[in-house]
Structures are given as structure tokens and as C-alpha cells.
Design a protein around this ligand. Structure first.
Ligand SMILES: Cc1cc2nc3c(=O)[nH]c(=O)nc-3n(C[C@H](O)[C@H](O)[C@H](O)COP(=O)(O)OP(=O)(O)OC[C@H]3O[C@@H](n4cnc5c(N)ncnc54)[C@H](O)[C@@H]3O)c2cc1C
Length: 401
């Protein structure tokens, strides 16, 4: 790969962008200091963009010049190769937040917002509050703010690292809630048409940990709107462990602030809240999605589990039927395939979290190659043991599993 300064074309675009309001060129950037897995090499340049217009200007200019772009939020869902990277990082850093109420007929209130909502045909759902946030705002800052103001809706997604703008990218979800449930509209810069526009959730193709934005260069998210419950009630609590801890029946709502604290407590216990002092959190979160298999394949998987671990374990294997097939638990399969918490050992540079088998962690000095080798070993081991394919959840840059 080319060193950052060797391409005059890239240098010329970066020089021009340095004069654009809201764009700051950061010298000597390294992605290992910008990703939660703490791996990744040197991009050609890093542009910090503090306004939506700056993000749009940077991406448009780089696309026009044919320069590969990495749109970066909090770096918490990335596996990035080491060495010199043939790309420019556009870090999305616009962080404004604005609330608006709902009128009796359910239309969003507030001049410019009214016009935009009407133009997009997207009035706020009846009786809901709408919050608009800049894509570069830290997601959990937004969740904390909504809950502190007494609004419900985002509480079960507390403690997820990263930015607001990345939440629609993989339809982030946790504890039985996905952003799709509370997403009102997204403002994106369509990189194919060059149009900056508000789109309804239907345009995003949101599904389990994916959307039309994931692993594509389709668009950059500039702002996101969520609709919230002004009475401060949580989304229905569907996740059994959370319901049990909260003392509610599955499907009931509770006070958003209480749900947030309980979710944070559960997440900390699993190393799923970033903590500089806890190496179990130096990860990209869940490394594999829960595999979805055809209903017809379930008996085969159960019999492979029975062969290996006995009929008792086979009967207990978590399996959740849904519209697209049966969802299995990646963490359960990984552990039963012989990859326990902390695998392979306390001296390994890359190892599974000691709190959760689904998180691959960098204990400080691992390279991208170390992490990828462990990911391959786990994926291959699960396939060999049970015939189930695991797919990575993070986005891969300059490397692949
Ligand atoms: C400890 C830990 C726990 C986690 N728990 C969860 C969880 O419970 N549920 C869950 O779903 N995820 C979880 N994650 C994964 C991750 O936090 C989310 O996917 C998060 O939304 C990623 O946000 P980010 O800003 O860090 O994105 P980045 O890692 O910076 O980017 C990820 C992808 O999104 C793209 N992207 C980022 N911003 C934009 C934008 N504005 N416009 C267009 N594309 C963009 C990037 O180009 C890249 O392809 C966890 C991660 C960690 C480290």
C-alpha cells in the first residue's frame, strides 16, 4: 500500500478540504487509537468534521476524486488491518441535539422541523416526543439525556458504545429492543446521487444487525430522529433476563430511568460497557451475530450437539423461531465448541473476554492478525463441532475473516 504522502491527488483534495469550515485535518492519525478493539494502521489522512455540511463536503470531494473513504463514528464496530491504509478517514463529529413536542394531531411541532417533516411525509407518531441528534454525538450521551429528561424509548439500548449516526447502520439492538422500533427519520447524504435528504426508516432496509448502509458506500448518516414516550415509560421489556431483574412480566413497560440503570448493571457484568481499566471491554462487542438457520436444519444441529455433549445439552440448546428461520445463540455454541471464557489463555494477546464468550478482546498488544487468527479459530471450531456457520458482526476494513 502507498504511504500517506505519496499520492499528489490525495494531497490536493486534503489541502482543499482543510480550508472548508468545520473540517480539521489531524496529523499522524492511527486507527488503533480510534477503535475500541485498539487495532488498525495509518490512514492517508484523518478529517474531523464538526458539522453535517463539513461531513458532506469531505465525503463528496473524496468520492469525486476516487479516494477510498472510511466513515468513522466511535470505532466500536470495526476490525481494521494494520500498516499503511489506502484510505482517508472522515470522522463524523456533529453533536447537536434538539427536542420537539407533538401536537394533538400527532404532527411534529416547530417551524423548520414542521416543514421538513411534512416534506418527508413523516409526522411524529401521535403523542410522541421527537429528538433530533447529530450523527457524531456519542450514543449513550443521547440515551442518558433522553432518560434524564423523563422520556422513554432508548433505555434498553443504554451503554452501547459508538455514535448516534452508526445506530441505523446495523440497527443496533440489545435486551430485546432495536433502534428500528424508535427510529423516526434519518438525514443522509446519498453518495450515489449526491443528495442530502431526510428518509423514512423504510428506506434503510433495517433487519437483524444490518441495513442498506452496512458494508456499503451508499450514504453517510448526518442526523437521526427518534420518537420517544413523553410519559417516561420504557419500551416493552421483552428480554427475560432483564424482565426478571426488573421484576416485571415480559412485554410490560417500566420506568425508563430504572430500566436504564438495570441494563447498565447487566452490561457491566458482561464487559459490555467500555472501561479503560477493564481489558474485557477492549473489543468490538459481540464479534459474531446469532446464527439463523432453516427450521429444517434444527434437528441436525441438535443431534450434533447430542453427539458431542449429550441429549440433555441438546434439549437445552437455545433456539428462537422467527420469520426468517430459527435463531441460535452464538455465545452458547462457541462455549460448547470448546472456547470458554478467556480462551485461549491469560497470556494470549487476543483472547475471548473472561466475562462473555462472544467478545474477542485485545489485551493491549494484539495486532489485527492476532484478532483475526482467533476469530477464524472460533468460527472454524463451531462449524466443525455443530455444522453452524458464524458470521462476524463488525465491519472489516482492509482485512477479512
Ligand atoms: C463493548 C461493546 C459493546 C457493544 N454492544 C452492542 C450492542 O449491545 N448492540 C449492538 O448492536 N452493538 C453493540 N456494539 C457494537 C457497536 O457499538 C455498535 O455497532 C455501534 O453502533 C457502532 O458505532 P460507531 O460509531 O462506533 O461505529 P464505527 O465503528 O465507527 O463504524 C461502524 C460502521 O458504521 C459506519 N458508520 C459510522 N458512522 C456512520 C455514519 N454517520 N454514516 C454512515 N456510516 C457510518 C462505518 O463506516 C462502519 O462501516 C458494541 C461494541 C462494543 C465495543
Amino acid at each position: 500500500m502507498l504511504p500517506p504522502s505519496s499520492d499528489r491527488r490525495v494531497d490536493a483534495v486534503i489541502r482543499d478540504l482543510a480550508d472548508v469550515a468545520g473540517v480539521a485535518v489531524v496529523p499522524d492519525a492511527r486507527l488503533d487509537s480510534l477503535t475500541t478493539l485498539r487495532i488498525g494502521g495509518r490512514p492517508r489522512a484523518l478529517l474531523e468534521c464538526s458539522t453535517a455540511d463539513a461531513v458532506t463536503a469531505a465525503v463528496a470531494a473524496l468520492d469525486a476524486a476516487g479516494v477510498p473513504v472510511l466513515v468513522l463514528g466511535g470505532g466500536s464496530n470495526l476490525v481494521v488491518a494494520g500498516g499503511d491504509l489506502d484510505l482517508v478517514v472522515v470522522a463524523v463529529r456533529n453533536r447537536e441535539v434538539e427536542y420537539r413536542g407533538a401536537t394533538d394531531d400527532g404532527a411534529a411541532a416547530g417551524g423548520e422541523a414542521d416543514d421538513a417533516a411534512a416534506a418527508a411525509g413523516e409526522a411524529a407518531p401521535h403523542g410522541r416526543i421527537v429528538v433530533r441528534a447529530g450523527a457524531g454525538l456519542a450514543w449513550d450521551e443521547l440515551v442518558a439525556d433522553t432518560v434524564a429528561r423523563g422520556y422513554g424509548g432508548l433505555e434498553c439500548l443504554s451503554g452501547i458504545p459508538g455514535s448516534v449516526g452508526a445506530t441505523p447502520v446495523q440497527n443496533v439492538g440489545a435486551y430485546g429492543v432495536e433502534v428500528a422500533q424508535v427510529l423516526h427519520r434519518v438525514r443522509w447524504f446519498d453518495r450515489h446521487t449526491g443528495v442530502d435528504e431526510w428518509v423514512a426508516p423504510g428506506a434503510l432496509g433495517l433487519a437483524y444487525r444490518t441495513s442498506v448502509l452496512k458494508n456499503t458506500d451508499r450514504a453517510v448518516v448526518l442526523e437521526v430522529e427518534f420518537h420517544l414516550d413523553p410519559a417516561g415509560r420504557s419500551e416493552p421489556v421483552r428480554y427475560a433476563e432483564l424482565a426478571g431483574r426488573l421484576g416485571v412480566e415480559p412485554g410490560e413497560r417500566t420506568e425508563a430511568a430504572v430500566a436504564r440503570e438495570t441494563v447498565l448493571e447487566l452490561r457491566r457484568g458482561k464487559g459490555m460497557v467500555l472501561d479503560d481499566d477493564d481489558e474485557d471491554t477492549w473489543s468490538a462487542g459481540s464479534f459474531f451475530t446469532n446464527p439463523v438457520i432453516g427450521e429444517e436444519d434444527l434437528p441436525t444441529v441438535r443431534s450434533r450437539v447430542a453427539d458431542r455433549l449429550g441429549v440433555g445439552q441438546a434439549a437445552q440448546m437455545p433456539a428462537f423461531p422467527g420469520a426468517n428461520g430459527v435463531k441460535l445463540s452464538a455465545g452458547w455454541l462457541i462455549e460448547r465448541a470448546g472456547f470458554g471464557k478467556g480462551y485461549p489463555s491469560s497470556s494470549s494477546l487476543a483472547r475471548l473476554s473472561t466475562k462473555h464468550t462472544l467478545a474477542l478482546t485485545n489485551r493491549g498488544r494484539a495486532t489485527a492478525d492476532d484478532v483475526i487468527a482467533l476469530a477464524r479459530e472460533v468460527r472454524d471450531g463451531v462449524r466443525e463441532a455443530f455444522g453452524v456457520d458464524l458470521h462476524p458482526e463488525p465491519v472489516w476494513v482492509g482485512c477479512s475473516i
